[in-house]
Design a protein around this ligand. Structure first.
Ligand code: ADP
Ligand code: GN1
Ligand code: MG
Length: 363
């Protein structure tokens, strides 16, 4: 083995002798949750991941979801003459035929590296962002006939914002990190929006927002693009697939991709909602869903964007109060910085709500 940077991958890789001799295993990507490595061997290129089992309590359930959804998507691609190899994640089985392996340092899985693919943390162009929207919309459309009852719910109440609000209050009370005083303004910002937190759940209870099979983590860097043609190839990071609202899949993508600044920009004056990107994403998403979004859902797309921005900021703040136990962080105040960008973005969305509504009303 050469270039073997990560000792910890060794025992996991021992379970995959079918991929031949390993040439390198290097850290890859910018995800906040799993440990991701790009592995090059005699036989090809792979992604090896250590599943974060603090976040995912049932790694086997997660892998069963991913395998079943992958099979469903590959069948659809085959039926429509699509690219079966690059339409979704393809799991590489261990030598004993398992979709994951447990070692002394956790649970690991391997995927084929999607050939000639790349992911982006910032949209290169409006067109690319729109094509990522089509891909996520399309993903939801293709899963419309997936038997939802066979999926395990990987993280309970993942996008249940009122529950997230209760978790935030509990973290504030416990103040495990002792840092609550550093975040007084952000804590007040959350508390002022306690009523807003319930808006989508209440719409659901009124029958306006159906539960669908959704991705639930629709960041731009969870889409792979062809690095030569720029075409959106597939949706990845399938860990969180489960029941959800169409508008939260839309909203999380806006939160991340239609922000004029990075998620962890320290200068919040650079943060704002780019309405052109919002409009392009709304068009692409509705197109990708291909007539399956109901009128009420389209009307609630702006609330979806605001809710995901609020919820994600609140989650970063909760983790800051808890002492950075959930998201990967690069420096001590990272979660607070991320929280501030989310709240600056939400404040801008609140100012631009009428414009977002007008864009969605025309669809
Ligand atoms: P996390 O849950 O930590 O976000 P992801 O599953 O999103 O982890 O993977 C992190 C990054 O690794 C992605 O943003 C993407 O760039 C890359 N990646 C993941 N799976 C593949 C794959 N099968 N082929 C190519 N790149 C991949
Ligand atoms: C995490 O795994 P990654 O980096 O794609 C998180 C999302 C957050 C996001 C914030 C399982 O996504 O919910 O919105 O960070 N994923 C999980 O960037 O919690
Ligand atoms: Mg990811």
């Amino acid at each position: 083995m050469s270039n073997f940077n990560f000792e910890q991958t060794k025992s996991a890789l021992a379970a995959y002798t079918s991929i031949g001799n390993i040439h390198s295993a290097d850290g890859y990507g910018s995800g906040h949750i799993n440990g991701t490595f790009k592995v090059v061997s005699d036989k090809g290129i792979y992604i090896l991941q250590r599943i974060n089992d603090y976040v995912f309590k049932d790694p086997r359930g997660v892998m069963n979801n991913i395998c079943a959804v992958g099979e469903h998507l590959r069948k659809k691609a085959a039926a429509s003459g699509g690219d079966v190899e690059r339409c979704t994640l393809n799991v590489v089985l261990t030598d004993s035929g398992e979709s994951l392996v447990e070692t002394e340092n956790g649970f690991w899985r391997m995927y084929e590296f999607v050939r000639d693919s790349v992911s982006y943390d910032l949209a290169n162009s409006i067109e690319d962002f729109k094509s990522s929207a089509r891909a996520f919309g399309n993903f939801q459309r293709l899963l419309a006939d997936f038997p939802a009852e066979t999926l395990c719910e990987p993280i309970k109440d993942f996008h249940n914002t009122p529950v997230r609000y209760e978790n935030f209050l509990a973290a504030l009370k416990a103040n495990k990190s002792g840092r609550a005083d550093n975040a007084a303004a952000e804590i007040a910002f959350v508390k002022e929006r306690a009523d807003f937190a319930r808006v989508l759940q209440e719409a659901h209870e009124r029958g306006e927002l159906p539960l669908r099979v959704t991705h639930n983590d629709t960041k731009l860097n969870n889409i792979l693009f062809d690095k030569n043609t720029g075409e959106a190839l597939c949706v990845i990071d399938l860990d969180t697939i489960g029941p959800g609202f169409s508008v939260t899949d839309f909203g999380d993508a806006i939160r991340f991709g239609a922000n004029t600044a990075a998620e962890d920009e320290k200068d919040v004056s650079k943060v704002s909602l780019d309405l052109e990107l919002f409009k392009a994403y709304a068009e692409g998403f509705i197109e990708g869903c291909d007539g399956r979004l109901e009128e009420d859902e389209i009307k609630l797309l702006p609330e979806g964007a605001m809710m995901m921005t609020f919820e994600c900021g609140m989650r970063f703040l909760t983790d800051y109060l808890d002492g950075d136990v959930y998201f990967h962080t690069d420096y001590p105040e990272h979660n607070l910085v991320r929280c501030r960008t989310q709240f600056a973005l939400l404040a801008d969305m609140e100012r631009k709500k009428a414009q977002m509504d007008a864009i969605c009303a025309r669809k």
